[in-house]
Design a protein around this ligand. Sequence first.
Ligand code: GUN
Length: 293
Amino acid sequence: MTTTIDGKQVAATVIEAVKAAAGKLEKEAGVKTGLAVVIVGDDPASHAYVSSKSRMAKECGFTSVQHTLPEETTQEELAALVQKLNADDTIHGILVQLPLPRHLQSEPIIQSILPEKDVDGLHVVNAGKLATGDLEGGLISCTPAGAMVLVRGIRGGDLSGLNAVVIGRSNLFGKPMAALLLNANATVTSAHSRTKDLAAVCRNADILVAAVGRPQMVKADWVKPGATVIDVGINRVPAQERGEGKSRLVGDVAFGECAEVAGAITPVPGGVGPMTIAMLMANTVIAAYRRAG
Ligand code: GUN
């Protein structure tokens, strides 16, 4: 029997723990956890993500601040806002939603966030800590951290002897995911657009993680029987059914056919997606505890 991994349910458990931790910190140390989310421009999908992040921060009992900047914001204006948030003691986590409009350079902005407030885990200090196996000292990128919680739920903490394949090598997901799996003793392959015979590489995976942004690219004959399949893709495609103008979300994995081969698989939506926000909240409350000493 294939298990459909319920990311919503796991995320709800994480959120309950975050609420309890934030409540305790406020009661015992008088520190209210604070998250600032910054969005530049008008991209509707980014606005939807940012609204759910801000809403969830409120639900967790945090101070939740959203800075919505116009498309024509300059590099200097954005940099100045980050400096202001860095210096603000009521803010423990800063997230600048990506992608930024094309005229802005994201890298200098991300690297200007104080590492201890970098709840996205994108600062080189945090990425470096993860790469060197220091999982406790830094902050880990939210989507891979969430995907890892789901993998551990199925496979346990130690992945010794298992082959893991991560398709995609972004700084936001693929690289940190590979590092987390390696740290858990899996034998890890980072696959990408230049990988030869990707299907054959994937068929070797006990844990197959797809983060490429190509709708339903992973087919049933790419999946090893019994594998754990984690789908990180969120692709909006036009609905085939009636209903003009409507679209639906699909992952990077052809869910129906792969579910017949996999041992466990995440759906889209309702798999990794809810975990990203939950781990962002977890990172923020961790940052607040560290700050409070
Ligand atoms: N855009 C899509 N996912 C993310 C994320 O996890 N963090 C940020 N900052 N931007 C994103």
